[in-house]
Design a protein around this ligand. Structure first.
Ligand SMILES: *[C@@H]1O[C@H](CO)[C@@H](O)[C@H](O)[C@H]1NC(C)=O
Length: 456
C-alpha cells in the first residue's frame, strides 16, 4: 500500500516535467547528474568567475580545491593577492619596529680610514655621481685632501689622496658644483698658503680633479661658504680671512670673478674665523654671519641685490668666550634661520633665535661641553627638528643635544667617546638605511670614523 502511494506521487510529479517521459527512479538520477555537472562547471579549480555583490563591487574569484590558500589574481601582470600579502607582512614588521623606537642610540666608532695623517676638516658630497654621499677630509699638517668613496653599505673604497702635499695647511673644504657640469667639485682654503684652490671634477668615476687657484695672497683664509648671490645659475662663495679680518666674495661664472672684499673688521683685535651665508631676513638675498673668535663676536651683515653687505649689528652671544664655530639653521621651526655657536673657553652652546625684525634673542643650550670645537646641525631622530652636534676636544667626545621642539633641548647626550682631537663633524646617511649617521675626524688619532645611528 505504502509503495503504491509513493509510486503515485512520483508519477504525479513526472507529469509536471514536460518532455521527460522517463520512469521515476531514472528521472531522479538524471536530476542528480545535471546538478553535479552544473556545480562542477561553476567551481572548477583555476577557472575564474566575475561576481557582483549586493553593493555592486566586482570580485574576481578563482576558487581552488583548498579554498583561500592558492588564490591568484593578476591585474596587468601584477599578482595582486601576493602583493597584498607581502605588503601586509612589511607593514606589520614596520609597525613592530616603530614600536621599539625611542631615543636614537649610536654604535661605537667604525673606521672610515686610519691611513690618512692628521685629518682636520670634513665635507660630504657625492663625488663619483653614484647617488651616495662620500666623505672628504683635509690634513692640516700634511697639506693633503682625501676622499673616502662611500659604497653605501657601511664600507668605503680605500681613501684616495686626491691632493698630495700641494697645500700648506688646508683649513676648510667646501663641496659645490663650480662649473655647472652636474658633477661635484671642491674648494679648499689654504690658511698658510694664503690661497683658495678649486678642484674641478674631471672624471667622477676615476676620482681625478684639476686645480685652479681662485684667490691668492690672502691673509690666512680659514673658512668658506657657498651662496647664490645672483640668479645666473652659478654658485658663488665667500672666504673669511683670519688675520686681516676680512670677508671676500668670489662669483662663479664661465670664469671666476673676484675675490672682492665685502666685509672689513669692526672690533679692536678681530679675527674672522668663520663665515656662514643665509637669507637671515627672508628678503631673498644672501646675508652673512661672521664669527670673530678673538673678539668674542658674531656679527650680521645684510646683503643686497648689488652684492654689497651692510653691517647690521652684533648678535647676543651670552658672554660666549672664544667662539669656535657657528652654523645657521631653523632651530625652532618658525621659518627663519637662527644662529648656533659653540665657544671653547666658556664651554658653551648658544642659540641666537631670529625674531625676523632685526632682533635676535640669545639662549644658552649648555655650558657643560668641555672645550667644544666642531659644530653641525642635523635631525638625528627624524622628528623634523634640527638637533645640535658638537665635539668636546678635552673630553674626546662627540655630543649632541636633541631638539624637543619649541626651542627646547635635552641635556648633553654622549654620542661617541675616545676620539683624540675631534676637530670636525658632519652628518649623513652613511649606510643608506634611512637615518642620519655621524662622521668625525680624530686628528691626533689619524682616524676618520662614523657612528651608526641604530634607529633604523
Ligand atoms: C659592501 O659592498 C662591497 C662591494 O659591493 C663589498 O665588497 C663589501 O663586502 C660590502 N660590505 C659590507 C659590510 O657588506
Amino acid at each position: 500500500m505504502e509503495a503504491q502511494r509513493m509510486a503515485m506521487r512520483c508519477a504525479d510529479r513526472s507529469t509536471r516535467i514536460r518532455g521527460l517521459a522517463v520512469p521515476c527512479r531514472k528521472m531522479w538520477l538524471a536530476w542528480m547528474t545535471l546538478a553535479l555537472l552544473a556545480l562542477l562547471t561553476t567551481t572548477r579549480a583555476g577557472v575564474p568567475s566575475l561576481v557582483t555583490d549586493e553593493e555592486g563591487n566586482l570580485h574576481i574569484e578563482t576558487p581552488s580545491v583548498t579554498e583561500g590558500t592558492s588564490r591568484v589574481v593578476y591585474i596587468n601582470g601584477v599578482d595582486v593577492v601576493a602583493q597584498n600579502a607581502a605588503l601586509t607582512t612589511a607593514l606589520e614588521s614596520l609597525r613592530q619596529h616603530v614600536a621599539t623606537l625611542g631615543e636614537p642610540t649610536f654604535a661605537t666608532a667604525k673606521l672610515i680610514t686610519a691611513s690618512f695623517t692628521h685629518p682636520y676638516a670634513l665635507a660630504r658630497g657625492d663625488m663619483n655621481n653614484d647617488g651616495i654621499m662620500d666623505i672628504l677630509f683635509t690634513s692640516l699638517t700634511f697639506g693633503q685632501v682625501g676622499i673616502a668613496y662611500n659604497l653605501g653599505n657601511g664600507s668605503f673604497a680605500s681613501s684616495i689622496n686626491v691632493v698630495t702635499y700641494a697645500l700648506a695647511s688646508p683649513h676648510a673644504i667646501l663641496v659645490m658644483d663650480t662649473n655647472n657640469d652636474g658633477f661635484k667639485d671642491f674648494l679648499v682654503a689654504d690658511a698658510d698658503g694664503g690661497s683658495v684652490v678649486a678642484y674641478t671634477n674631471t672624471n667622477p668615476s676615476a676620482g681625478t680633479f684639476s686645480s685652479t687657484v681662485v684667490a691668492d695672497k690672502l691673509d690666512a683664509p680659514v673658512s668658506l661658504d657657498e651662496l647664490a648671490l645672483n640668479k645666473d645659475g652659478f654658485s658663488d662663495f665667500v672666504i673669511a680671512t683670519e688675520n686681516k679680518d676680512a670677508i671676500y666674495l668670489v662669483q662663479g661664472g664661465s670664469t671666476w670673478s673676484g675675490p672682492s672684499q665685502v666685509v672689513s673688521g669692526t672690533a679692536n683685535s678681530p679675527s674672522a674665523f668663520s663665515v656662514r651665508s643665509g637669507d637671515m631676513n627672508n628678503d631673498g638675498y644672501a646675508d652673512l654671519v661672521v664669527m670673530r673668535t678673538s673678539a668674542d663676536e658674531v656679527a650680521l651683515y645684510t646683503g643686497s641685490p648689488t652684492g654689497t653687505f651692510y653691517f647690521s649689528g652684533v648678535l647676543p652671544t651670552l658672554g660666549a668666550d672664544y667662539p669656535r664655530a657657528i652654523e645657521l639653521g631653523d632651530l625652532d621651526n618658525d621659518g627663519d634661520l637662527d644662529v648656533v655657536l659653540v665657544a671653547s673657553i666658556s664651554n658653551s652652546v648658544v642659540i641666537m633665535f631670529n625674531q625676523l625684525n632685526g632682533q635676535f634673542s640669545g639662549e644658552l643650550v649648555s655650558n657643560s661641553v668641555a672645550t667644544p670645537v666642531a659644530l653641525h646641525l642635523a635631525d638625528l631622530n627624524g622628528d623634523g627638528h634640527l638637533d645640535i652636534l658638537t665635539t668636546s676636544f678635552s673630553s674626546q667626545q662627540v655630543v649632541w643635544f636633541r631638539n624637543l621642539g619649541g626651542g627646547r633641548f635635552t641635556n648633553k647626550l654622549i654620542l661617541g667617546q675616545g676620539l683624540s682631537q675631534p676637530n670636525s663633524l658632519v652628518a649623513l646617511d652613511v649606510d643608506q638605511d634611512g637615518d642620519v649617521d655621524v662622521v668625525a675626524t680624530g686628528e691626533n688619532a689619524n682616524h676618520v670614523v662614523w657612528y651608526e645611528n641604530l634607529r633604523l
